[in-house]
Design a protein around this ligand. Structure first.
Ligand code: NAP
Length: 286
């Protein structure tokens, strides 16, 4: 029951009504018997500073932050943790007695998906397709896990060079046009292949990144961070090629679970969160 003591959590963004976070966060909250609710607040551009002041004024315990506020929100916080600082983006704010700290839980979400499968990226040759916003957490996660090598394949190399230079202080990264022989040679060596492009995401389900599957070793892990559809053409093709596959569902749930852990201290039930997410995605199809 919601009472005057019930604590508030929320996601902010613009737009935010489509967010699935309230669905799986409330499922986890209920399962843990916590006296919290999790809702969504649209925050227009230009209103972010006031919204964060409002967080303090209303005593909102925690926020998730989504597009377009993940970068801009940082300047309104009292502290920012190391992952968020390195990624230049915050997706979680913890309000502790009026002191706001920003975190980025996307890295743990991305890596957690592989760990649930029993797959350890340490010492593996990794190839990443795409280098947009979501790829930053992928790159930082793989660097921290200690991959043996990291190659990024993209359609526009000059655009991505600054990002690669930025992360090169932590690890040597090879950046290649994904239409080249050099990239195909990197594919041959790959033990982990990650798609961080939106190619194949609903409604463009016929699309997929240009991978020459003849050069990919069967048996490697192919990870598509897209979660709608659950099986992209990329993952379907990888499976047919004999690869192990993982979609973006565990990353989405994992980042949310890490946020809930930061706000409440509990270990959220990933299975319950995942079931709630799948149910909501099914209902969305109808
Ligand atoms: P983004 O910033 O738009 O960029 C993704 C990358 O894909 C960029 O390198 C971009 O290249 C490339 N790309 C986009 N459209 C392309 C096309 N038609 N042909 C070739 N390359 C293309 O996207 P994002 O925010 O990083 O998100 C990427 C995907 O990750 C989305 O599908 C999103 O749903 C998913 N995602 C999942 C989670 C999760 O929790 N599972 C979290 C975040 C995002 P250019 O720069 O050249 O356009």
């Amino acid at each position: 029951m919601i009472t005057g003591k019930t604590k508030t959590l929320a996601v902010i963004g613009n737009p935010v009504a489509h967010s699935l976070s309230p669905v799986f966060q409330n499922a986890a909250i209920e399962a843990a018997g916590l006296d919290y609710i999790y809702t969504a607040f649209p925050v227009a551009d230009g209103q972010l500073g006031k919204a964060i002041q409002g967080m303090k004024a209303f005593g909102i315990c925690g926020l998730n932050v989504t597009i377009p506020h993940k970068e801009q929100v940082m300047k309104h916080l009292d502290h920012v943790d190391k992952d968020a600082e390195i990624l230049g983006a915050v997706n979680t704010i913890v309000n502790k007695d009026g002191v706001l700290t920003g975190y980025n839980t996307d890295v743990k979400g991305f890596i957690g998906g592989m760990k649930q499968l029993g797959y350890a990226p340490k010492g593996k040759h990794a190839v990443l397709l795409g280098a947009g916003g979501a790829a930053r957490a992928v790159i930082w996660g793989l660097i921290q896990e200690g991959v043996a090598s990291l190659t990024i394949g993209v359609r526009n190399v000059p655009k991505v060079r600054p990002l690669v230079e930025y992360f090169s202080k932590y690890m040597e990264i090879t950046l290649l046009d994904w239409q080249t022989e050099d990239f195909e040679m990197a594919l041959e060596k790959a033990e982990l292949l990650v798609n961080a492009t939106p190619l194949g995401m609903c409604p463009y389900v016929e699309a997929m990144p240009p991978v020459n599957w003849d050069r990919v070793k069967p048996g490697i892990l192919v990870y598509d961070i897209i979660y709608t559809p659950a099986e992209t053409l990329f993952l379907k093709t990888a499976k047919e090629h004999g690869c192990k596959v993982l979609n973006g569902e565990a990353m989405l749930v994992g980042q949310g679970a890490e946020s809930l852990r930061l706000w409440t201290g509990i270990e959220p039930d990933l299975e319950i969160m995942t079931k709630a997410l799948r149910r909501a995605l099914e209902e969305r199809k109808d």
